[in-house]
Write a protein that binds this ligand. Structure first.
Ligand SMILES: [Zn+2]
Ligand SMILES: [Zn+2]
Length: 347
């Protein structure tokens, strides 16, 4: 049996084709992919600068679909179950894996980054990486559980008190999720710092109390005043955003480092020490997936307003091209198979 597939085949190049469907082995399930989120990481990998992944490779790590077949020894799943996929696979036997921190496993890798991902009709994955979708969560929304789980893991590293003031620096999807998570966590005033007016406007719709356009910011305004924030989240990951985060924090404040600079950057450590700031880095958080789905189902975090473009699977190349050429307009692009786009969700 054949399946349709898109692969990253070279510098910024995607190619469609067909491949043989695999049989799910012990502990595995075959998923019929319904929706795929296009992520900045996909573009980064395709540019050849990510330092991992080798073409030809189907990318796609923000995935939702339906269980199609299960392999031997799989309990609790049946064909037709709606799922999202945790793309992270650890070795399963090292100290970090046994402690539930497979993202820290030295031998871990991710579906769609290091291993074949969901740019295809069917994908075989370990059944242990599946999470059941609540009825209230659509496939399109469920693709964002992957991004949201990283953000929620970051929130869990902070001591957030009701009524605190928090700043989010960076107006990409993760910044927009952080705005919502901080409000849900009890921050009374969340300020979003970014560079794109459309996204700042979206941030206000999603709960930001204050937005600051750093391209045209009045540096003397209240929002940019130093030592005004209890929490700062750097969702941009560059020297300027780090500097701003350190400046904005009150003494004793907490800075979450989330955006990736990609290379070493300078930081004002003198201020970090003298202001007694706490710095925390955060990536994946395998433990928080069930709570992410609770948050999505209850409306505590909204995903739909971030979805700016939808493409059919047959036009995945066009989705990638749009993401690359219109980064300001494309907040979150979702590629879906026809059953989803037709309005009648699988199964
Ligand atoms: Zn992603
Ligand atoms: Zn391990």
């Amino acid at each position: 049996m054949q399946k349709r597939i898109w692969q990253w085949t070279g510098l910024n190049e995607v190619t469609s084709g067909a491949a043989e469907r695999e049989q799910p082995d012990q502990g595995e399930a075959e998923i019929r992919i319904a929706s795929i989120g296009i992520c900045g990481t996909d573009l980064h990998i395709m540019s050849g600068h990510a330092g991992f992944g080798e073409p030809p490779l189907p990318l796609g790590h923000e995935l939702a679909g339906v269980v199609e077949r299960i392999g031997p020894g799989v309990d609790g799943w049946a064909p037709g179950d709606r799922v999202c996929i945790d793309p992270l696979i650890g070795c399963g036997v090292c100290r970090e894996c046994l402690n539930g921190n497979k993202h820290r496993c030295a031998r871990s890798g991710e579906i769609g980054l290091h291993f074949p991902g969901g740019w295809q009709e069917y994908l075989v994955v370990p059944a242990a990486n599946l999470y059941r979708l609540p009825d209230a969560v659509s496939f399109e929304e469920a693709t964002q559980a992957e991004t949201l789980h990283c953000c929620l893991g970051g929130i869990d590293k902070l001591d957030i008190r009701l009524g605190c003031h928090a700043a989010v620096i960076g107006d990409g999807p993760t910044g927009l999720y952080y705005v919502q998570l901080l409000k849900a966590a009890g921050a009374s005033k969340v300020s979003l710092f970014g560079m794109r007016e459309g996204r700042l406007e979206l941030g206000r719709r999603l709960g930001a109390d204050v937005t600051v356009n750093l391209r045209s910011a009045d540096t003397a305004s209240d929002a940019t005043a130093p030592e005004t924030q209890d929490i700062a989240i750097d969702a941009a990951g560059n020297e300027a955003s780090l500097k701003l985060g350190i400046e904005l924090l009150k003494r004793g404040g907490q800075l979450l480092l989330f955006g990736l600079p990609g290379h070493p950057i300078q930081a004002d450590i003198q201020s970090v020490v003298l202001k007694e700031l706490t710095l925390a880095g955060s990536t994946n958080a395998p433990q928080v997936w069930p709570r992410v789905l609770e948050l999505m189902a209850s409306g505590g975090v909204r995903v739909k307003p971030l979805i700016t473009q939808r493409y059919p699977f047959e036009e995945l190349d066009k989705a990638i091209a749009f993401a690359r050429s219109e980064p300001d307009e494309a907040v979150k692009i979702i590629v879906s198979h026809s059953q989803v786009l037709g309005g009648t969700e699988l199964p």
